[in-house]
Write a protein that binds this ligand. Structure first.
Ligand code: AMP
Ligand code: MG
Length: 409
């Protein structure tokens, strides 16, 4: 397959992907998910007129005759008061029902109680400190639209409007498949020729950071048969399979072959970018597979550019690829002499209210120390130089926060 640009590769994904089947879930589990349908209220809020203050409920018309009133009764929040007689006041607290016969609340700071049980109130205008029935939510009102992200604050609105469950696009479950016969598990001291499997842990942590449940983490060495059997199990249990290593052109790179021999369809294989050239996207049935290269930074770049946005699209997000990057001002000149666009490791920071980015030097796509220090990818076209002070495109690691800010702008 011919190399395609990373933008073409991303467009292929966005043109092909369909969001997962919506599910009804409890509102208490819905934060961060995308609504699959419009949500309405089935209640008024407030249910009836309530007090916005601790103070005294009165009929404002009574001020024409008097400013001192006998206190008839007390209305704590949650109680159901009787009628207030003409010429009397009721002691009332925030959130308590305004009794029939009253229409106004004078806050207690503007009230003076005398020993004989009378209260003298400052004259205020009718309706002051009363929250009216349905003034925030009317019965049947549209509270949120399909496609909106459920924030904690929106949960409050949906709950107040009488909703206990919502229909959302679920989070795709992820299965991780690590290839490579040279790998040993974390905690085992590598002997000659061996490498600690850092990708298994890193990819699991990336999934966790993206809020994606990991259903399995399997190891397939460099055996085609093991690749196929592991793939078949992974595809049964997950919406998205992410493989590590074995996706290049070496004699022991079996990921692409295992997918094809399992009846999968390859969307693209090999992308014009550095690091991460061997990246692959495929589908077996309804399950998506992203094949990431084994070098840790290549895997990281692949997750950030492809897996993470794909997961968002499966969760019902639209236009993700138009808003996962941001321009920042370079602190030092950077150069890409190569023929492929490059994603460098960088650090974004705010200085004098401006977004800046510093290049983090790296020794290559195996330099886990460099990527451990960075918080963004920094994009440079092929054969390009961007000078200090000029703008450069950054793909922040925690791009979802950025996405969230932009959507709420
Ligand atoms: P591959 O993509 O399989 O050709 O691997 C490229 C390089 O990444 C090799 O040096 C591998 O040893 C290394 N590598 C592969 N898988 C992992 C992994 N899970 N953790 C750390 N390094 C890996
Ligand atoms: Mg390998």
């Amino acid at each position: 397959m011919a190399l395609i640009t990373f933008r073409e590769a991303r467009r292929l994904i966005s043109e092909t992907v369909e969001s997962l089947q919506p599910e009804s879930i409890s509102l208490s589990k819905s934060a961060g998910l995308i609504l699959a349908e419009n949500v309405h209220s089935d209640a008024n809020y407030p249910v009836n007129d309530i007090s916005a203050m601790d103070g005294y409920a009165i009929n404002a018309g009574d001020f024409e005759k008097n400013v001192s009133f006998p206190v008839a009764f007390e209305i704590p929040a949650g109680s159901n008061p009787g009628e207030l007689e003409d010429g009397k006041a009721a002691r009332i607290f925030t959130g308590a029902v305004i009794p029939n016969g009253a229409d106004t609340v004078v806050e207690q700071e503007d009230a003076e109680v005398s020993e004989d049980g009378m209260v003298t109130l400052q004259r205020v205008s009718k309706g002051l400190n009363v929250r009216h029935r349905g003034e925030v939510i009317r019965d049947g009102q549209l509270l949120a639209k399909k496609g909106e992200i459920i924030t904690p604050a929106l949960i409050a609105a949906l709950a107040t409007g009488g909703n206990t469950t919502v229909k959302v696009f679920p989070r795709p479950s992820v299965s991780i498949l690590v290839t490579g016969s040279e790998l040993v598990q974390v905690g085992t001291k590598p002997e000659r020729g061996q490498t600690v499997d850092s990708n298994g842990l890193m990819l699991s942590a990336l999934a966790e950071q993206d809020g994606l449940p990991v259903t399995s983490l399997d190891r397939a060495g460099d055996s085609l048969e093991k690749h196929k059997s592991a793939l078949s199990i992974a595809c049964e249990s997950a919406d998205l399979v992410v493989t590590s290593g074995g996706v290049s052109v070496g004699d022991y790179d079996f990921v692409a072959r295992a997918i094809t021999e399992s009846g999968g369809e390859i969307l693209f294989h090999r992308v014009l970018l550095k690091p991460g050239k061997p990246i692959l996207a495929a589908r077996i049935g309804d399950t998506w597979i992203i094949g990431l290269p084994g070098n840790p930074i290549s895997a990281l770049v692949g997750w950030r550019l492809f897996v993470s946005p794909l997961a968002e699209m499966l969760m019902g997000c639209e236009g993700v690829f138009n808003r996962d990057s941001v321009l920042a001002e370079l602190t030092d000149t950077v150069t890409n002499k190569g023929k492929r666009p490059v994603f460098l490791q960088g650090n974004l920071f705010l200085r004098d209210n401006r977004l800046k980015v510093a290049d983090v030097s790296w020794k290559g796509s195996h330099d886990v120390v460099a990527s451990g220090k960075a918080n963004t990818l920094l994009f440079l076209e092929s054969k390009a130089e961007v000078k200090a002070g000029e703008s450069v495109l950054c793909y922040p690691n925690k791009w979802k926060e950025l996405d969230y800010l932009m959507k709420n702008d």
